[in-house]
Design a protein around this ligand. Structure first.
Ligand code: TXA
Ligand code: MG
Length: 314
């Protein structure tokens, strides 16, 4: 079922599904999320089942506003300052409140919880109608590409999941995840909000996790965002038989499958196109997708992070 929100009954219908413990996919500014009532353990288990997601990989809790988020997590003054960036593509990992309306399955048993307020009219309206926070990972089978259109969600789950269709996602890349640890900030996942923007708001620097340290966000597992084809990164030019994902100038006259993340070399445009174009090139059936070098500046950091994971041996 793929529903357009132009039908006024649709949002209410989706809220009923979620309040009854069902699953429903909805758009956010980053990627589509597969939502369930975060307080309902059975409902949340349904997410793990539908995705085939490893149990140790905890979920992000989506709230309608800061007030709802404060029922879920403890906000230090620094955390509250960062919440000034909400609604937006920033997920904060904070201490979980003792009576939070959040099942332990959502946090995979951790005493911290990941929360965010998405910047999307339909997501906010839906959470508001449900009246409770929604746990929602990206709406894709585990280990596959995150969906940026309703059609990709429908295809990924073989039509078994109701999808609220809000068109293509604005950012096209998941939220940036930052753990607030006393007066320190640690970026657990690069994402749609650039580190510099977070630092400008926080007034403190955002640390990167140690390169070979423990897996502190399971999303940091090396092979996670994986198309079927293998990737060849930093490719100056495609080779025969490959598909090519260009950035900036595309090779003139290249006869094979080709997409260009951003002809103008703009990282934000490239981030928005990344998953869709990987999906499209993957669907062309090639064994290898060659990817042009992306400068690691601004959102280029998150793009290269996703590409490195997608290219990791598996
Ligand atoms: O943009 C997004 O963040 C999308 C949309 C739907 O909101 N959601 C998303 O969720 O990307 P998901 O489940 O694919 O990724 C959630 C990440 C995982 O890497 C998980 O390990 C991490 O958040 N995470 C969740 N709770 C955590 C916690 N308490 N501590 C550390 N990492 C946590
Ligand atoms: Mg995901």
């Amino acid at each position: 079922m793929q529903k357009l929100p132009s039908d006024p009954g649709t949002l209410a219908e989706f809220a009923v599904i979620l309040r009854a413990g069902g699953l429903a996919a909805f758009p956010t500014e980053t990627v589509y999320g597969l939502g369930a009532d975060a307080s309902n353990s059975e409902a949340v288990l349904g997410i793990y089942e539908a995705k085939g997601r490893p149990r140790f990989n905890p979920l992000i809790v989506h709230c309608a506003d800061l007030g709802m988020a404060e029922t879920v997590a403890e906000f230090s003054p620094l955390a509250r300052r960062l919440a000034g960036l909400w609604p937006g593509p920033l997920t904060l990992v904070l201490p979980k409140r003792p009576n939070a309306p959040v099942s332990d399955i959502v946090t995979a048993g951790l005493d911290t919880v990941a929360v965010r307020v998405p910047d999307h009219r339909l997501a906010l309206a839906l959470i508001g109608l449900v009246g409770r926070p929604l746990a929602a990972p990206s709406a894709n089978p585990s280990g596959r590409l995150s969906p940026t259109t309703a059609g990709q969600v429908v295809a990924g789950f073989g039509g078994r999941i109701a999808v609220l269709d809000g068109g293509p996602c604005e950012a096209g890349l998941e939220s940036t995840i930052v753990r607030v640890d006393g007066d320190r900030l640690v970026q657990l996942r690069a994402g749609a909000l650039a580190r510099a923007d977070i630092e400008a708001c926080a007034g403190v620097s955002v640390e990167l996790p140690p390169p070979s340290g423990a897996i502190i966000a399971p999303g940091m597992m090396r092979s996670h965002y994986a198309p079927r084809a293998s990737l060849r990164l930093e490719a100056e030019a495609p080779r025969r038989g490959e598909a090519f994902l260009a950035f900036g100038a595309a090779p003139p006259g290249w006869p094979g499958p080709l997409r260009n993340l951003s002809p103008a070399g703009d990282a934000r445009e490239a981030a928005r196109n990344l998953f869709s174009m990987l999906h499209e090139l993957d669907a062309s059936g090639v064994d290898t997708i060659a990817v042009a070098p992306i400068p690691p500046v601004g959102l280029g950091e998150a793009i290269n992070d996703r590409l490195a994971r997608a290219a990791a041996p598996r």
